[in-house]
Design a protein around this ligand. Sequence first.
Ligand code: LR7
Ligand code: MN
Length: 574
Amino acid sequence: TAWFTIAFLMYTDNQSDRRPVLVDSNELDRVVKEKLVREPERVIPFRTETNVVEKEQEMNENDNNVLMAPISNAGEMGKPVVLPSNLTGAVKKMVDDGWLKNAFNQYASDMISVHRTLPDPRDEWCKAPNRFLEDLPATSVIICFHNEAWSVLLRTVHSVLDRSPRRLIEEVILVDDFSDMDHLKDQLVEYFASEPKVKIVRAKKREGLIRARLLGAANAKGAVLTYLDSHCECTTGWLEPLLDRIARDSTTVVCPVIDVIDDKTLEYHFHDSGGVNVGGFDWNLQFNWHAVPEHEKKKHENPAEPVWSPTMAGGLFSIDRKFFEKLGSYDNGFDIWGGENLELSFKTWMCGGTLEIVPCSHVGHIFRKRSPYKWRSGVNVLRRNSVRLAEVWLDEYAKYYYQRIGNDKGDFGDISSRKSLRKNLGCKSFKWFLDTIYPELFIPGEAVASGEISTFDRKMCLDSPCKPEDFHKPMGLWPCHSQGGNQFWMYSKSGEIRRDEACLDYSGQEVILYPCHGSKGNQFWDYDSENNLLRHGSSDKCLAINEAKNKLTMEHCDAAIKRQQWKLENYDAS
Ligand code: LR7
Ligand code: MN
């Protein structure tokens, strides 16, 4: 508050003052909101640890932003950093550049200490004496990065070093996946020169995160490998609960609860143990989160106990090094990003291991809305990785993924060594995995029709990405493209028109997508294959395309009206 008083005086007394002013971050919001300054766009918080002098030089002399330095306590205890919304000039440019390069608010991150404090998220259950074994194996922490922001990468590393017992950290291996940002070169080496635990390994060309992780593993000495993304923050006591599970059984692969660090404010949001989620996937072979299923909940007395998870998100986990090697680590034919998390999850379960989420361990991750770096051009990287995954691990279920990509597998390279790996390990079938570990998953094979749902002239198709944000919104229509994807639907035996967890639903207003509830009602559609009508259960109306042919409507059924006639691809009348 002392700082704040200074700021207040300067701004009210002399509007043209251009000297840096000190403002406490806790007061920043109030200063702006209560208009204690005449020109709020000139209020810029800043922190001494980052290079104030350098930043000042970057700023144009005639710029009407005032640099304020430093903010003490910015982001401490996981609090958000809120920048004034109406920035102008050079500072706005710095903020925009930060977003552009990183797809998160780098400028806000730069204001936060690389040693910032966070609340202790642990359930009391985790803190009981002797909860975890005394004698735990040491781990190599492997952090791969491609052009990561300085303050974010450092905060990741410091959160590991600051919040882990030193004896349990064999080393921290930073794998540079061929970054070109200057601060990741000598500056990084110098920064960690006096920290013997930190090692830097450089890829000689851009490898992608999967091969970068293999490079990390090849250089690792610890009995356990712990992988983290390069924009994480570990919380108090994060490591012991993970290592404890592996010490008890080296075939257990463990993930912490992944908390959300806000991409805009860097606020740390905690999931409490009541809200723990487990991993699943859909037939696009995309990872998704689910509440802990009932059959799993029943096995536990306390919600902080480790829970089985069919899959992992991918970025944050610990695994016994020998078990990882035994499983054939990762498929080095996977490029840049994606699919490796499902590969490791499937084979962990199918080849004798267990995959768990450990609620006593919390690590934050900056979730972003787009990928800021370059992928390979001209190749559908994610599809190629997923096809390799399906070919090796999915058995007769691979076809459900192929339907989703219009049966266009593309060039997926040689997979013979991965197939023999599976054979030599004597792994169980994918059917076993689905039946035993992921019985919740809807199996498209049980569908009566699968593929496009098109108007009778096959011009317009039902079309939606079925993302969480598409729920409760009208179902889209788009010219049919025969590529699967957003136009791939299943007509289930129980009368649902669905993809994954999204169902076509009508409750009297628009025809929308709604999470499938399995109790028919507004999600029940009866296909009359003689007249090609889709008759809706609770309203007894029929699905139609409007006169303008751009929207779905519901009408009194009349087989003579062409607009009410639909084709369901691969409809099986039996
Ligand atoms: O070419 C690359 N080389 C890299 O070294 C591309 C990326 N990387 C690094 C990158 O700097 C980062 O540290 O790899 C890491 C992951 O990349 P992100 O952060 O851009 O991707 P993401 O957070 O969306 O990635 C999630 O899915 C990936 C699929 O391949 C990996 O499994 C990531 O580790 C995974 N992240 C998490 O699981 C964190 C929780 C997200 C969720 C759900
Ligand atoms: Mn990430």
